[in-house]
Design a protein around this ligand. Structure first.
Ligand SMILES: Cc1ncc(COP(=O)(O)O)c(C=O)c1O
Length: 399
């Protein structure tokens, strides 16, 4: 048979999902494993949102909607962006799709020609690099160090831009690092983007999960010229514990929004009508549940960070957003543990799962081979037990 698509053949499966499915498989076999791999809140979708989903089915809201989503949902998104981020959009600038993930894809589709460079700060969310390649772009990895809280600087950004650079992807707060840029840092980067004429895909899906009273600043809010070149990505998955409902959106200038809408109309059709009604409820009703989930995440983060830093051989920064901690395993590299030399985070992850019965995500797939990512979107009991197991595992004991 003829060769399959070169672009498709080059796509790597999502490493975060691979670990998660290994963990689920072990669990199904009755093994007592604890998972810190999943990138989704462990909370149930709040009841009032579920009720809106039920009502949508009962009222036969079960047909196609406009390909970019219903006008009422897009208007609700505009209102929420105004209330939470001080942003002014009209509903025609909003394209809703089946999660933020396809929105990143169509945003890249709208911008990138084959061979265009896309700057990607590292450590990066595993899907970005693949999505860039899937549209024929060239990821240009811009490393951010742990010493600088895993943040790039305006200077390093400027130095990475070439005549072929089309855009950068900014993820703020970040998966996998939990880092968050402050206003001053964002302003400096925005200045570079405007001066050098590049677009920014700003993925702000974790914007409501911010700790220590830190101020979240939406990139597009930094000025009209910045907003014009920003493709803002967001959605209901993380803020409202709605990962399975699959509703995300992109907000952009009118021209780009139109292109994206055309694209979506052919490749996705419309997002799930029932989920749109549930998302409408999430965005327009009281935001109390968002705050109570945020507070729970903050308590878990505090425990995890303090406990991890008390364990010999590993360490971590205290992140200010999202629900991830990057554990530094540099001191373990080259050491023999449980009869095997740890060469990188992959080795660590595999051994930890086998002998510690804990699933974490190796940073190798995030461009951070000396780190593993722990998600604290799990109960405090699991977090306590997981870290107890880490301590045992590092002492050479088997769980
Ligand atoms: C940074 C980032 N963007 C987007 C997504 C995808 O979100 P959605 O569930 O809305 O597709 C994720 C999910 O893990 C994420 O971590």
């Amino acid at each position: 048979m003829k060769e399959l698509s070169k672009i498709a053949l080059a796509v790597e499966p999502s490493a975060t999902m691979a670990i998660d499915s290994m963990f689920k498989q072990m669990k199904a076999e009755g093994i007592d494993v604890i998972g810190f791999g999943a990138g989704e809140p462990d909370f149930a979708t709040p009841d009032h949102i579920k009720a809106a989903g039920h009502a949508a089915i009962d009222h036969n809201d079960t047909r196609y909607t406009p390909s970019s989503g219903t006008v009422e949902l897009r208007q609700a998104i505009c209102d929420r962006l105004k209330a939470d981020c001080g942003l002014e959009y009209d509903f025609k600038q909003i394209c809703v799709s089946s999660g933020a993930k396809p929105c990143v894809y169509v945003a890249l589709r709208a911008l990138v020609n084959p061979g265009d460079e896309v700057i990607l700060p590292s450590p990066y969310w595993v899907s970005y690099a693949e999505l860039i390649r899937m549209v024929g772009g060239v990821p240009v990895i811009l490393e951010a160090t742990e010493a600088n809280e895993f943040k790039i600087t305006a200077e390093s950004l400027a130095a990475a831009i070439t005549p072929n650079t089309k855009c950068m992807i900014l993820n703020n707060p970040s998966n996998p690092t939990g880092s968050m840029y402050n206003r001053r840092e964002l302003e400096a980067m925005a200045k570079v983007c405007v001066e050098k004429d590049i677009y920014v895909i700003s993925d702000e899906i974790y914007y409501s999960l911010v700790y220590d009273n830190a101020e979240f600043v939406s990139f597009a809010s930094l000025g009209d010229d910045v907003k014009e070149r920003t493709l803002l990505i967001n959605g209901v998955s993380k803020s409202y514990a709605m990962t399975g409902w699959r509703i995300g959106y992109v907000a952009a200038n009118h021209e780009i929004a139109k292109i994206i809408s055309n694209y979506l109309s052919h490749c996705i059709g419309s997002p799930c009508a029932v989920s749109q009604k549930a998302a409408l409820e999430a965005l327009t009703a009281s935001q109390e549940s968002v705050e109570s989930m945020r507070l729970a995440f903050e308590r878990r983060r505090n425990y995890m960070v303090d406990r991890m830093n008390s364990i010999e051989g590993v360490s971590c920064n205290k992140p200010h957003g999202a629900f991830y901690v990057m554990m530094n395993i540099e001191k373990l590299i080259g050491k023999e543990m449980h009869g095997q030399v740890i060469r990188n985070a992959d080795d660590f992850g595999t051994l930890f799962l086998k002998y510690g019965k804990v699933a974490v995500v190796p940073g190798t797939s995030f461009g951070a081979p000396n780190f593993v990512r722990w998600s604290y979107a799990t109960s405090i009991e699991n977090i306590k037990e997981g870290l107890k197991r880490l301590e045992k595992f590092l002492k050479g004991e088997t769980v």
